[in-house]
Write a protein that binds this ligand. Structure first.
Ligand code: FAD
Length: 482
C-alpha cells in the first residue's frame, strides 16, 4: 500500500468540502417562501436555516408530533399519569457538528446533554466490549481499541492483511466507493483476517446499531462507517445523551424558536404527491400548497413513495438512471465503431481531434472574435462584452469592443492546466501542474486505480474518466485549508 495514503489520517486536516461562493447573495430575495416536507432532524434543521435567513417556511409533517425517528410524544398511562414516550435511546455523538449547532439555538451551552459512561456491546458467549473512552486522534484510537479489546489483539492488527487494513485508514469517499462498493463487507473482513468473535463484537454490533444488515453491507460502507466513527474526527466515538425526554428538551423549544421566526407548522399532514406547475404543487389531504421551493426531508422509504406518486421527480429519477446506462453504452458503441475516446466528452476517428478545442484543453493561446467572445493571450484572458449594443457602438466608432480582462497568475494557470489537461486521454504533464496537485490525494487515487502517474504525466484511468469532476476536486491542492 502507498505510505503516503497511510499517513493521511494522522494529520486530521479539516477539509473544506463546499466553499461558499462569496459572490452569491447572503440573503434570499424578499418574500422568498419554501415548503419543508418532514419534521425530523433534517426537516427542522432546514427550517431553522431558512427561517433565520428570512424565508417564509411552511413545514408539513405526517405525524402528530415533530421529531421523526428522534420523536417523542405525550401519552397517558392506564392510571392517568402523563408520560412522554420516545422511540428509544439516541447517542448524541460529539462529532455531529451540524446537529449540535442547530441545538445551540435553543441551548447555547448544550447543558441538557450529559456524557454517557459507556457504550457496551454485550454477548452471551464473549466478554463485553466498550467503545467509549478511546484516544481521540487516529491511529492511536485504533491501536488503543485493538490493545484493550477482549475480542481483538494487537496481533490481529499486525497479523491482518496489511494492504486491506490500510484501506480502513486511508478512507476516501470517491476512491473507497469506487474500489469497494461491490465487495461484500463480510468478504473484506474475512480477508482482513478478523476472527469471528472480533467480527461479531465490533463490526456486526456496529452495523446493527445503524440498522444495517451486516450481510447486505458493502465493504465501502463498512470502511466509511469505521472511518466516520473511529478515525475521521478528533472526538473519536464519544457521545452524550439528553437529561430529559426529547419533547421537553428539543422539539418543544425548537418549535417555539421557529414559530417566533414565522414558521407555520402543519402536523398530522402527510404529503401525498408533488407536481411541478408554474410553482410546485404539494398535495396533502388538507389541500394543496403552492410554492417555488420544496425541501424533501423525509426518510428514504417515504421519499421513494412520495417520488413514486409524483410526476416530474419520478421522471427525473428515471432519466438519471438511463443517463448513466447510456453513457456506458455510448462509450462501448463509439469505441466499437473505431472512434477513440480522446477527451471526457469527445470521441473521434484517428487524426480528427478538434484542434481548436485541444488548444484550449492544452492551455495554448486562442483568439475569440465577436460578442461575448473569450480569448487567452499569454497571461491575459479577455472577454468581450456580451451586450450587443455597446459592442456595435464600439465597432462603429472604430474602438476596440469593451472587454473584461483577467490576469492569469501562474497559480491560476497551473490549476487550469490540471482541470483541463486531465480531461484528455493523454493526461497532463506533471511538471506543468507542480504545486497545484495534492500529492496525498494523487497517491490515494492511484492506489485505487482512478488515476495513474507514468512517464512524467498524470492520466485518468477509465473509471476515473467517468468521475472527472470529483477527481479534479480531490486532486486540487487547497492552500487555504488549515
Ligand atoms: C431506535 C433508534 C435509535 C437510534 N439511535 C441513534 C443514535 O444513537 N444516534 C444517532 O445519531 N442516531 C440514531 N438513530 C438515527 C436517527 O434517529 C436518525 O438518523 C434521524 O432521526 C433521522 O432524521 P431525519 O430527519 O433524516 O429523518 P426522520 O426522523 O425519519 O424524519 C422524517 C420525517 O418525515 C415525515 N414524513 C415521512 N413521509 C412524509 C410525508 N409523506 N409527508 C410529510 N411528512 C412525512 C416522518 O413522519 C418523519 O417525521 C436512531 C434511530 C432509531 C429509530
Amino acid at each position: 500500500m502507498n505510505p503516503r495514503a497511510r499517513a493521511a489520517p494522522l494529520r486530521m486536516r479539516p477539509r473544506v468540502l463546499v466553499a461558499p461562493d462569496p459572490k452569491r447573495p447572503k440573503a434570499p430575495p424578499p418574500r422568498t417562501e419554501a415548503v419543508v416536507v418532514g419534521g425530523g432532524i433534517a426537516g427542522v434543521s432546514a427550517a431553522v436555516v431558512l427561517a433565520e435567513r428570512g424565508v417564509a417556511v411552511t413545514l408539513l409533517e405526517a405525524a402528530p408530533t415533530l421529531g421523526g425517528r428522534l420523536g417523542a410524544w405525550p401519552h397517558t398511562l392506564p392510571d392517568g399519569t402523563p408520560q412522554v414516550v420516545e422511540h428509544g435511546f439516541h447517542a448524541f455523538f460529539r462529532h455531529y457538528y451540524t446537529w449540535r449547532d442547530i441545538l445551540r439555538r435553543i441551548d447555547p451551552d448544550l447543558a441538557f446533554l450529559r456524557p454517557i459512561g459507556g457504550y457496551p456491546v454485550i454477548s452471551r458467549s464473549w466478554p463485553p466490549e466498550d467503545l467509549t473512552g478511546l484516544p481521540g486522534a487516529p491511529p492511536l484510537n485504533l491501536i488503543a481499541l485493538f490493545a484493550r479489546s477482549p475480542s481483538l489483539g494487537l496481533r490481529d492488527l499486525l497479523g491482518s492483511d496489511q494492504a486491506l487494513a490500510g484501506q480502513l485508514l486511508a478512507y476516501d469517499a470517491v476512491a473507497t466507493t469506487a474500489a469497494f462498493d461491490d465487495v461484500p463487507a463480510a468478504r473484506f473482513l474475512a480477508e482482513l483476517g478478523m476472527s469471528d468473535r472480533a467480527q461479531a463484537m465490533l463490526f456486526e454490533a456496529f452495523a446493527r446499531s445503524f440498522f444495517a444488515r451486516p450481510a447486505a453491507l458493502s465493504a465501502a460502507e463498512l470502511i466509511a462507517m469505521f472511518h466516520y466513527y473511529f478515525l475521521g474526527n478528533p472526538e473519536g466515538i464519544g457521545f452524550d445523551a439528553p437529561d430529559t425526554d426529547y419533547l421537553t428538551c428539543i422539539w418543544g423549544p425548537l418549535r417555539t424558536y421557529l414559530e417566533r421566526r414565522g414558521v407555520r407548522f402543519h402536523t398530522g399532514t402527510p404529503v401525498r404527491a408533488l407536481h411541478p406547475a408554474d410553482r410546485w404543487r404539494v398535495e396533502t389531504e388538507e389541500g394543496a400548497f403552492e410554492t417555488r421551493h420544496v425541501v424533501l426531508a423525509v426518510d428514504p422509504g417515504a421519499l421513494k413513495t412520495l417520488v413514486g406518486g409524483s410526476s416530474v421527480p419520478a421522471e427525473l429519477a428515471r432519466q438519471a438512471e438511463l443517463l448513466e446506462e447510456h453513457y456506458e453504452r455510448v462509450i462501448e458503441r463509439l469505441e466499437g465503431a473505431g472512434y477513440t475516446w480522446y477527451e471526457t466528452a469527445n470521441f473521434c476517428r484517428p487524426g480528427f481531434m478538434s484542434q481548436h478545442n485541444r488548444a484550449y484543453w492544452l492551455g495554448r493561446d486562442y483568439l475569440g472574435i465577436g460578442v461575448g467572445a473569450v480569448s487567452t493571450l499569454g497571461d491575459e484572458r479577455r472577454v468581450t462584452t456580451p451586450r450587443i449594443a455597446p459592442y456595435l457602438e464600439a465597432i462603429a466608432d472604430g474602438r476596440p469592443a469593451p472587454a473584461k480582462v483577467e490576469l492569469l497568475t501562474p497559480e491560476i494557470r497551473r490549476r487550469e492546466r490540471l482541470m483541463l489537461g486531465l480531461r484528455l486521454a493523454e493526461g497532463v504533464e506533471r511538471a506543468s501542474v507542480e504545486g497545484a496537485v495534492d500529492d496525498d490525494a494523487l497517491a490515494l487515487l492511484a492506489t485505487h486505480g482512478v488515476v495513474a502517474e507514468a512517464d512524467g504525466r498524470i492520466v485518468l484511468e477509465r473509471r476515473g474518466r467517468l468521475l472527472v469532476h470529483d477527481v479534479v476536486a480531490r486532486l486540487s491542492r487547497d492552500d487555504g485549508r488549515p
